[in-house]
Design a binder for this molecule. Structure first.
Ligand code: ATP
Length: 228
């Protein structure tokens, strides 16, 4: 059984349809890349999974349980942790407070977070709004991990970050993958995203138009669906 299985998903913003048939699957322990040009439906797909966008048709199953249309807090409790686009840490809480506020019982503890991102331990008592973009992203990832999610979702994992810091984020994702964490990730830098992905899904105008291994995503397909 897949950890996450989306089939035939159609979602709307009011009367305006954004998704027309998204199919996607994340197996246990897999890193899955969700790809597509701007406005093709990646964030809407994620929003549908976490309960922020109400799906009208299709199924979203988490460990076999249909979660389509469920309240966001209930879906979160079933084991979905989100690192949202733009990070959105609590600006007026310290690093420590941000982490503690998110904590739910499980294998992820402050000690383990400190080991994953030693930088955050150094910044423990700093307010989140005083952190660099990279540090805020580390905090956003850590905060999601502190909820001990079965599925970690990163929307625009490295957007706006300097190349060196981006490598820190990818290194963390690789390490999480090695530890068996299931991950769904969106990122614009294909050359960095594809090597960490076990499988990828490409959206075009709200539909899944490709799914397969990264090495099956040929230059032709990349040109057709992901070129600028
Ligand atoms: P990006 O990389 O730019 O974030 P995306 O692939 O995540 O793009 P979505 O943000 O999911 O794409 O957008 C899918 C479609 O839904 C687009 O046509 C977009 O204009 C529309 N859309 C997104 N958010 C809203 C909203 N809040 N209200 C109405 N339409 C929206």
């Amino acid at each position: 059984m897949s950890l996450l299985e989306i089939s035939g998903l159609e979602s709307f913003y009011g009367a305006s349809q954004a998704l027309f048939g998204v199919n996607l699957r994340v197996a246990e322990g897999e890193v899955v890349a969700l790809m597509g040009r701007n406005g093709m439906g990646k964030t809407t797909t994620i929003g549908s999974v976490i309960g922020l966008v109400r799906p009208r048709n299709g199924a979203i199953r988490l460990s076999g349980k249909d979660v389509a249309g469920m309240q966001p807090h209930r879906i979160a409790r079933l084991g979905v942790g989100l690192v949202p686009e733009g990070r959105r840490c609590f600006p007026n809480l310290t690093v420590h407070e941000n982490l503690v506020a998110a904590a739910r019982p499980g294998v992820w503890t402050l000690a383990r977070i400190n080991e994953l991102f030693p930088r955050l331990e150094e910044r423990r008592d700093q307010y989140a709004n005083t952190l660099s973009g990279g540090e805020q992203q580390m905090l956003a990832v850590s905060r999601a991990l502190m909820t001990n999610p079965k599925l970690l979702i990163l929307d625009e994992a490295t957007e706006g970050l300097a190349p060196v810091i981006r490598q820190d984020i990818w290194a963390a994702i690789r390490r999480l993958k090695a530890e068996g964490q299931s991950i769904l990730v969106v990122d614009k830098t294909l050359s960095e995203l594809l090597p960490v992905a076990d499988r990828c899904f490409v959206l075009e105008k709200g539909r899944t138009v490709f799914s397969g291994r990264p090495n099956e995503l040929t230059a032709d397909l990349q040109d057709r669906y992901l070129g600028v």
